[in-house]
Design a protein around this ligand. Structure first.
Ligand code: PMV
Length: 319
């Protein structure tokens, strides 16, 4: 059996995080400058059915049988076995590297899952349809936090910009006019589960206020879709600013995120917001091409640990 490798991109949420957990629409786009990779190689010397997992980023070097059942990597592998009806696989070694900052709102968990699902199923001789890959990654996401919307596994599986509503058929976005984003990393790792859990508590305590915020965010996502598909992406700036204010109201921003968002706005970006679960992780700024370097430098000066400039749309992406 030949070795099989697979990779999956990171992602950012352009509009609509958190509200998407409550059934509102959101827009997410893949970011292929950061990739998770999985490599499966046959392990002919090991006894049949033995699976060895190496994930150097998290110091994992274990037999699958020794990993807890609720470990995300173990779960991704065993769900593929279940999907393919494999009870005793040919022995193999899986090596996973997540070239995506963890707990930073860039979908590292979903990317790692999708890369593993594709590499393991490929090694076992099957090409799973995207829908199945996304479904399995969604099951794994539930380990990371109890009530995932499904947006991360969807955008990472399809590797295309998506307009996403939980439980509804997938809608890919067409982007007639590509646009530039600068992503700034606060360097602060933040737990998606904790942020989502806190928003849930706050929503339970004051449903009226939170429902109103979520509805407003959903409307912003719908307007954003119209601008993107209508070839007017510059108009996204004010919508991103409004979305950031609503995320502050939800209680998921942080001083560091607000500083970076402010720095982006002061250095000529068209709009900026946190992206992902918040509390840390990344923010994004919409920029004109000629301003990409300026904004990236302003973010670094304001405390970002790194930035990524990316072109969203059919012309590909920047390094
Ligand atoms: O921080 P991330 O990349 O896991 O994104 C979380 C997005 C949320 O809307 C906060 C949660 C979800 O499941 O959609």
């Amino acid at each position: 059996m030949p070795a099989i490798s697979a990779s999956a991109p990171g992602k950012i949420i352009l509009i609509g995080e958190h509200a998407v957990v409550y059934g509102k629409p959101a827009i997410a786009v893949p970011v292929s400058q950061v990739m998770a990779k999985a490599l499966v190689t046959p392990n002919i010397t090991a006894e049949s059915g033995s699976v060895w997992v190496q994930a150097p980023d998290i110091g994992m070097d274990d037999s699958l049988s020794e990993l807890p059942k609720d470990n995300a990597i173990a779960k991704a592998i065993t769900l593929v076995f279940a999907e393919l009806g494999v009870s005793r696989p040919p022995s193999f070694k899986l090596r996973v590297t997540a070239g995506i900052p963890k707990a930073a709102g860039m979908g590292s968990g979903a990317s790692v899952s999708v890369a593993i699902i594709r590499a393991v199923s490929g090694f076992l001789g099957s090409v799973l349809p995207d829908e199945t890959v996304s479904d399995i990654a969604f099951q794994v996401e539930k380990i990371h936090h109890g009530t995932p919307s499904g947006i991360d596994n969807t955008v990472v599986t399809y590797q295309k910009p998506v307009y996403f509503v939980s439980g509804q058929p997938l809608e890919l976005l067409s982007i007639p006019k590509p646009f530039y984003l600068v992503i700034g990393n606060t360097g602060i790792s933040s737990s998606t589960a904790a942020a989502v859990g806190d928003v849930r508590k706050a929503w339970e305590a004051d449903k009226e206020t939170y429902e109103a915020i979520f509805t407003e965010v959903g409307e912003i996502a719908t307007q954003a879709r119209g601008l993107i598909e209508g070839g007017e992406p510059e108009g996204l700036g004010p919508l991103m600013d409004q979305n950031h204010e609503l995320l502050i109201e939800m209680g998921v921003s942080s001083p560091e995120l607000n500083v970076l968002v402010g720095a982006a706005r002061n250095s000529g970006s068209l709009g900026a917001k946190l992206s992902g679960a918040g509390r840390g992780g990344n923010m994004i700024a919409l920029v004109q091409k000629e301003n990409t370097v300026n904004v990236a430098e302003a973010l670094m000066a304001a405390g970002a640990i790194n930035t990524i400039s990316t072109l969203i749309g059919h012309l590909g992406e920047l390094k």
